[in-house]
Design a protein around this ligand. Structure first.
Ligand code: HEC
Length: 460
């Protein structure tokens, strides 16, 4: 959203001075903090045991800092290929019929941290996903009120967040057909509460079955378009090759397609990886989902994928929601087991065992594997033999790293990466384009430092 930084800060401080009772803040509980600012919080695995993800445990993904929008000043504009451009207040929005739906929102990059070779970006493992009850109005009702002209191609959605430095704005467009789908909503409530700030207060787009990058937060502007939108987050980011490509290789941009529908996927919440458990009945549990196509079934294996057993699906279900499942297993013997789950949708599609690699680490839906030991002496796992107990060698960061790289975010978002020299150079250059101030000598020393500390994972 184009707003001068000054206007935004003034809006914040004015609201703070008046002590206004704004939208609910979102206290988060037991989240994995991937980046504290911008906010990137991941849900821990136990979250896959609840049908509705509580707000305090619902993941957060932000490209920019979180804006605090004041409702009295907020409006939604509808422009472009419409007969009558509109500017609506929240009271106007609430006059459209209210619609509720339960739906999964999953970050396109969920599972990025599991890609080999590693790719840059927030290193999510399993939990940049949640299943919530959304309430709001149909985007199609709002667009029809403005009167659609001709045969538009897409609808641009723009939030009130402001880019950091010279970073491109986060703006996404949705194909017109999906925008007009009766299940595509503008939500003002999440799990029965006013939409919290971190989740897009006062209004966010709900695009059921699609990855989270289309679910624009803090929505302030929609534009009905005849032409494809050319912004960075449509033409460069959130694209993946339409077919399998050699891991680690650059991909011709012409091959790249926008990330849209989610794949079929399941994640195990229990037991946890590396657990040492007694030889007693064990409940294997998790959640499964399949984008726009309904989920058909889930299977569980306890013998490294040789045989599969039907998982028992939970009673609670919704067209776009996830489905809980469990399987009761009584181990016949002690030993080391690998437990897996795989989901099927009604088109017969299932999850791969070996993920197709893509340069930005999107849409990972590999079969989740959990290794457990069934033991006569359950408890904490013994320390593996042969491990190093030596101190990590300490490298002093160059001064330029402190001043140039920790200006907009903390070290957390840097420390999780495992990149090659080429990848680090590309990421540092991207940061320079976004506003990091480094001269050529400093650029070299920063890349050298990052490579020594956060280089590629050593081969096993
Ligand atoms: C002008 C602000 C700014 C500066 C200065 C900056 N960064 Fe960033 N950086 C960002 C933002 C914003 C993100 C999060 C982007 C997102 O999530 O889309 C980010 C993300 C990252 C990531 C995650 C991977 C990725 O590409 O998203 C890494 C690694 C990183 N920065 C490293 C650095 C290093 C190294 C420097 C110093 C050379 C640096 N940053 C300086 C704004 C900055």
């Amino acid at each position: 959203m184009k707003l001068s930084r000054r206007t935004l800060f003034l809006t914040f401080s004015a609201a703070a001075l008046r002590g206004q009772s704004g939208p609910p803040a979102t206290p988060k509980r037991n989240m994995i903090v991937r980046s504290s600012r911008p906010e990137d919080y991941e849900m821990p695995l136990e979250g896959f045991e609840e049908w509705i993800t509580p707000i305090e445990r619902f993941y957060v993904r932000s490209h920019h800092y979180t804006p605090k929008v004041e409702l009295s000043e907020w409006k939604l504009s509808i422009s472009g290929e419409v007969a009558q451009p509109l500017t609506l207040t929240m009271a106007d929005i609430k006059r459209f019929p209210r619609v509720e739906l339960v739906g999964v929102m999953e970050c396109a990059g969920n599972g990025r941290g599991l890609f080999e070779p590693p790719v840059p970006g927030v290193q999510w493992t399993y939990g940049s996903i949640g299943n919530a009850r959304w309430a709001g109005v149909r985007l199609s009702d709002v667009l029809r009120k403005a009167g659609i002209r001709g045969a538009p191609l897409e609808v641009l959605c723009d939030g009130a967040d402001v880019p950091v430095g010279t970073m491109p704005e986060f703006q996404r467009s949705i194909p017109f057909r999906k925008a007009m789908h009766p299940d595509t909503l503008l939500a003002y409530e999440m799990n029965g509460q006013t939409l919290p700030v971190s989740h897009g207060f006062p209004l966010r787009v709900i695009v059921p079955g699609w990855a989270g990058d289309s679910w624009t937060k803090w929505l302030a502007r929609t534009e009905v378009r005849k032409e494809p939108f050319q912004g960075f987050f449509m033409q460069t980011a959130y694209r993946h090759p339409g077919k399998p490509v050699p891991p680690g290789m650059a991909v011709d941009p012409k091959l790249m397609k926008p990330v849209q529908n989610l794949g079929v996927k399941s994640v195990l919440a229990a037991p946890l990886d590396d657990a040492v458990l007694p030889k007693a009945p064990l409940r294997i549990a998790g959640a499964a989902w399949s984008g726009e196509t309904p989920l058909a079934s889930v299977q569980v294996s306890v013998d490294r994928g040789r045989t599969w057993h039907p998982g028992i699906l939970g009673r609670e279900q919704a067209r776009y929601g996830w489905r809980l499942f469990h399987y009761n297993w009584t181990p016949r013997d002690t030993g080391h087991y690998v437990i897996m789950a795989r989901a099927f949708d009604t088109l017969g599609r299932t999850q791969p065992f070996v993920q197709e690699w893509n340069p930005s680490g999107y849409l990972n839906n590999t079969v989740h594997q959990v290794a457990v030991e069934i033991s006569d002496s359950p408890g904490p796992r013994a320390v593996p033999a042969g491990g190093s107990t030596g101190q990590m060698e300490k490298f002093k960061p160059p001064q330029s790293y402190r001043t140039a790289c920790l200006a907009c975010h903390q070290e957390d978002i840097i420390m999780q990466q495992r990149l090659t020299r080429v990848q680090w150079a590309a990421d540092v250059d991207k940061m320079v384009r976004w506003g990091a101030k480094v001269n050529p000598k400093e650029r070299e020393e920063i890349i050298e430092y990052l490579l020594r500390l956060y280089g590629p994972r050593p081969a096993n």
